[in-house]
Design a protein. Structure first.
Length: 232
């Protein structure tokens, strides 16, 4: 398992939990606003954490941590992800997975084996415009659609989320997204934020009042909770 980053303690990555976050290297998307650009483009040059280092930390913090968040990059590209999670679960810790939804086979295995307790899946765009953000070769949205349905029909906690950039997303796009994920438990909008780690700089986001308009559109669908995160 290729782990290239470790945040020892976070109160943000796993909603309502004290967690450690593991970062995997590599991704099959090239989202221009990705704030973990090094994990996508330079991961092969990054030092890795050994299995012993990861579990020495988790064992030491076992009594203070509620869970572990596994993010990336794209964790489901790692074939030994189920084994890693199984070992984490053996410590009595909860597991949250962040994913782009392109590997429904892996997601189904994790759900069927009850290896994940919470899944946060990115919805990059409306279906007709998806690859404008994903920038994926030989793009096929059907695996992503399959992952959406897997989560909607599961009994675990999950959320869908979209990083919103004014230059990439129109308000009308959220009508298609709302129709697509209708029946979901939760959907969160995350304003784009410029940083040194983004793959391509120069994007902006909507104002608070404009986000209110988008939220109003989404609340016209059967979505359990719709909100905006980290809006300045």
């Amino acid at each position: 398992m290729r782990i290239v980053g470790l945040m020892k303690t976070t109160l943000l990555d796993y909603p309502g939990k004290v967690a450690s976050t593991l970062f995997t290297g590599g991704c099959n998307f090239r989202c221009p606003y990705c704030h973990n650009g090094d994990l996508v483009l330079k991961h092969s040059d990054m030092d890795t954490y050994s299995h012993e280092e990861i579990f020495a930390h988790l064992t030491k913090r076992q009594k203070t941590l509620d869970g572990v968040c596994i993010t990336g990059g794209e964790p489901t590209l790692q074939k030994d992800l189920p084994n890693l999670i199984s070992e984490i679960k053996d410590l009595g810790l909860l597991v949250k997975l962040d994913t782009n939804g392109t590997n429904p086979t892996m997601l189904k295995e994790l759900l069927d084996k009850k290896l994940v307790d919470y899944v946060a899946m990115d919805i990059k765009h409306s279906r007709p415009r998806y690859n404008e953000v994903a920038c994926m070769q030989n793009f096929n949205i059907s695996p992503i659609e399959e992952s959406v349905e897997l989560l909607k029909n599961s009994d675990i906690d999950y959320e869908f989320r979209t990083t919103v950039a004014r230059e990439l997303h129109d308000k009308e796009d959220f009508k298609d997204i709302g129709k697509w994920i209708n029946g979901a438990k939760a959907y969160y909008l995350q304003p784009y934020k410029e940083s040194e780690q983004v793959i391509s700089k120069g994007y902006s986001t909507y104002s608070a009042s404009e986000f209110e308009e988008i939220v109003a559109i989404l609340r016209g669908f059967d979505i359990g909770n719709v909100d905006v995160r980290a809006l300045d």
